[in-house]
Design a protein around this ligand. Structure first.
Ligand code: CA
Length: 250
């Protein structure tokens, strides 16, 4: 049977869900203004006022914890108990990839660089306009969305599995080395199980329409591929010759 271990994941935006933002800010006035501005944009907002509770919030929201996670953290630099830089450092050290927008009254170049160095994604100096804040948040959430590139499924048939992401092929549990053309050929075959391909079609798909050469090239590559995949290359069970037409996988 063909199986596909697809790990494609949908982002909230794909499925029309609201992004959830954590605001860590001890100054009440700024906190309230940010809340209003982001809620007006339709975001779901959670607030906290000190470093320790921010860490607790983010810990309970780690992936697979069962809690709903945050899509973005707006993090003040100067906070009671644990400061923004240390929170940022801690989160990245734990491998938490949540986008972080750091805000601070300190506007010096050093603070900005330090913030970005410890893993913040963007930095905004107080006082800032709410319009600018909203625009930065939107950009960070969008970037996060694009970085969630869908994963290609691992292709499997009997004892052969092909991982398109890692360009790796396992045959009977052992990794085999394929040339780029052999890999492309196998990937094409496995993507269209039992479909019969003529030599011309394979040339077109794998070598491209500009390839100058004859269909013997295909036969040669099929032979090499069989030697790597088949237990008995003279009686292939993976890449089968379909007389008068071409080749088929499975
Ligand atoms: Ca502060």
């Amino acid at each position: 049977m063909y199986t596909s271990e697809s790990t494609k994941f949908s982002t909230k935006a794909d499925i029309g869900q609201t992004s959830r933002i954590l605001i860590v800010e001890d100054e009440e006035l700024i906190r309230e203004m940010v809340v209003v501005a982001l809620e007006e944009e339709g975001y779901e907002v959670v607030t906290t006022t000190d470093g320790r509770s921010a860490v607790e919030y983010l810990k309970s929201c780690e992936p697979n914890s069962g809690e709903e996670s945050f899509d973005l953290v707006i993090l003040d630099l100067m906070l009671p108990q644990i400061n923004g830089l240390d929170i940022c450092r801690l989160l990245r050290h734990q491998g938490n990839p949540v986008p972080i927008l750091m805000i601070s009254a300190k506007g010096s170049e050093t603070d900005r660089v330090l913030g970005l160095e410890v893993g913040a994604d963007d930095y905004l100096t107080k006082p800032f306009s709410m319009r600018e804040l909203v625009a930065r948040c939107r950009a960070l959430l969008r970037r996060q969305r694009f970085s969630a590139v869908p994963q290609l499924p691992i292709l499997k048939y009997k004892e052969v599995s092909l991982n398109p992401q890692e360009c790796r092929v396992l045959v009977r549990g052992q990794e085999v080395n394929l040339s780029p053309k052999e890999f492309r050929l196998l990937e094409l075959f496995m993507s269209y199980a039992r479909r019969v391909w003529s030599r011309e079609q394979l040339l077109d798909q794998v070598w491209g329409p500009d390839f100058v050469g004859d269909s013997k090239t295909v036969d040669v590559h099929i032979r090499w591929l069989r030697e790597k995949l088949e237990l008995d290359p003279s009686r292939p069970e993976y890449i089968v010759t379909v007389r008068g037409f071409g080749y088929r996988f499975g």
